[in-house]
Design a protein. Structure first.
Length: 134
């Protein structure tokens, strides 16, 4: 394996671990503070009235996908699912991008480089071999 391949694999591993960290925290929120997660769904996805049990189910499905993702298993599907989940989240925040200096809206712009990282990881999934089950 060339030095360049080692650097690429280490970079892809770091991207995978840090994407996992962010999405893991968002998923844990569904278990620790399901009321907050329900408000997020109502505000950004226009899905109101999600009960605690529904948030737990959504959280469990996300956690399952994330654990497979961080393990590097079935990359086409798990990396694709993470890319899709984050893309929906990023695009659902469209209002915040139109008023970047209102309240905490400037923080929403951090979603774009993470979306690029999700895309890069999906696009280079065949080269992501370090600590990977595939």
């Amino acid at each position: 394996m060339s030095e360049q391949d080692k650097k690429l694999q280490l970079s892809l591993l770091f991207i995978r671990l840090t994407i996992f960290l962010v999405m893991f925290m968002w998923t844990i929120d569904k278990f620790i503070n399901p009321g907050h997660a329900s408000k997020v769904y109502a505000s950004f996805y226009y899905i109101a009235g999600l009960e605690v049990n529904i948030m737990y189910v959504i959280g469990a499905i996300e956690m399952f996908i994330l654990l497979l993702f961080v393990a590097g298993y079935k990359k086409q599907y798990t990396y694709g699912a993470v890319l899709a989940l984050h893309a929906v989240s990023t695009l659902a925040s469209f209002k915040q991008y139109l008023a970047p200096f209102d309240g905490p809206n400037l923080l929403f712009f951090a979603a774009w480089p993470m979306l690029a990282a999700c895309f890069a990881l999906f696009n280079l999934r065949d080269q992501d071999k370090m600590w990977s089950l595939n």
